[in-house]
Write a protein that binds this ligand. Structure first.
Ligand code: ADP
Length: 283
């Protein structure tokens, strides 16, 4: 079992010719609500890769919360650990103009209240094979969960995104870090002490760096790229879902999942399933 501890948001995506200036009102051309949050997206990706996944995070007691819960459940993610807070679910208001430029406001809402892990939550982490975290919920909670996992023999995977300063106790509990090129640069000092680092390289594929200088580069799949949003989350979920099969298999599997995700528009909607990944997996 994989426990994913992280964020779940509703993305409110408005498309408009020109973004309004302060005080101005414009007519937009489109609107969509899309489930998101790195935690939820990676949980969905891991479940679609075939892992048993439990999501640990929080929604608000609003209509978005109910939709977010069913999106996770429909993807096969166990939501029995999902907390419900009085107040709003996390939302990201995204305005995209005709040139493709966007402005985004993220309100963490319930995600900001994931604190003080309960006995049931700690037990779920201890029983899991692997704990996966990102940095879109309070860092103290991520640190406490990671330390508990490490002490219980559960593998700790961290996708340290968005980049921010992290306590040394968190890094000390991490077994596997999954980073993009920016994160690889920003956390270079901390990553140097880890036994397992997986770096995503966009159109150049990915690489695994193990202890004793092992380096395993994997080329990107040649695909027709439509939208790279969510490719990183698809990669990370697919990687942790297959991590017990060894780094070589897992990175190849994740690299295939990431590539397939770029061929479909959207973030959570573009996450490929086991069959789609297996069909494109290089042998
Ligand atoms: P992020 O979006 O988090 O910065 P990357 O851009 O590194 O992540 O992409 C994550 C993964 O998605 C890559 O490691 C690769 O497997 C896949 N991917 C991304 N862009 C492409 C592309 N142009 N062609 C093929 N695969 C891609």
């Amino acid at each position: 079992t994989v426990v994913v501890l992280g964020s779940v948001n509703m993305d409110l995506v408005t498309t408009t010719e020109i973004r309004p200036t302060p005080g101005e009102t414009v007519l937009g051309s489109g609107f969509a609500t899309v489930s998101g949050g790195k935690g939820a997206n990676q949980a969905i990706a891991a479940a679609r890769s075939g892992a048993r996944v439990r999501f640990l995070g929080a929604i608000g007691d609003d209509a978005f919360g109910a939709t977010l819960r069913s999106t996770l459940a429909d993807a096969g993610v166990d939501t029995t650990l999902l907390r419900v807070f009085d107040g709003p679910s996390g939302v990201a208001t995204i305005v995209v103009d005709a040139t493709g430029e966007n402005s985004i406001i993220v309100v963490p809402g319930a995600n900001g209240h994931v604190r003080d892990l309960t006995a049931e939550e700690l037990a779920a982490i201890a029983e899991a094979d692997l704990l996966l975290c990102q940095l879109e919920i309070p860092i103290e909670t991520v640190t406490a969960a990671a330390r508990h996992a490490r002490a219980s023999g559960t593998i700790v995977a961290l996708n340290p995104s968005p980049v921010q300063p992290l306590p040394a106790e968190l890094w000390a509990a991490v077994d596997l870090a999954i980073v993009n090129s920016l994160e690889y640069e920003q956390y270079s000092t901390e990553l140097a002490h880890l036994a397992h680092v997986v770096r995503t390289l966009g159109g150049d594929g990915a690489a695994y760096y193990g202890a004793d200088e092992t380096e395993l580069p994997v080329s990107a799949l040649a695909v027709e790229v439509v939208d790279t949003t969510g490719a990183g989350d698809a990669f990370t979920g697919a990687l942790v879902a297959t991590w017990t099969r060894g780094p070589a298999f897992a990175v190849n599997w994740a690299n295939t999942a990431g590539a397939v995700a770029t061929t479909i528009l959207g973030a959570s909607s573009s996450i490929p399933d086991h069959t789609q990944i297996a069909a494109r997996l290089p042998t």
